[in-house]
Ligand binder design. Structure first.
Ligand SMILES: [Zn+2]
Length: 119
């Protein structure tokens, strides 16, 4: 089997993400703790978290943003571009993400980003 750089860390990030999301309704502080661990594991091993995961974490307290539970969501128009604005219920930090369909997809979401699939 081919070795993947940082494979163990990706497994760890995945696991932490799942428990963080699972615990957020019961204990947002614990969710922040796991979110913090995820970011630190990625930083220490110089890995990038997947954008889908990164978008769900509050950039300040690193709690999982769950619509109607731990965060509020609004759709706004800024410079004729639609953006989705998330507000964290724990620390009130706002996070905006582009929502326009005509916007270029992230590099990671394009087909050429996948070089090889390893099972
Ligand atoms: Zn927050």
């Amino acid at each position: 089997m081919k070795k993947v750089q940082g494979n163990d860390s990706f497994h760890r990030i995945n696991y932490l993400y799942q428990i963080s999301k699972h615990i957020v309704k019961i204990n947002p502080t614990l969710s922040s703790y796991y979110g913090n661990l995820m970011v630190n594991v990625a930083k220490k091993n110089v890995l990038k978290m997947h954008p889908d995961i990164k978008r769900q974490i509050c950039k300040k307290c690193r709690c999982i943003l769950l619509f109607g539970e731990t965060a509020k969501m609004k759709i706004k128009t800024k410079n004729k571009q639609k953006i989705v604005e998330w507000t964290c219920n724990t620390c009130s930090t706002k996070k905006s993400l582009p929502a326009s369909k005509d916007k270029d997809p992230l590099w990671l979401e394009r087909d050429e980003a996948v070089v090889e699939v390893i099972n």
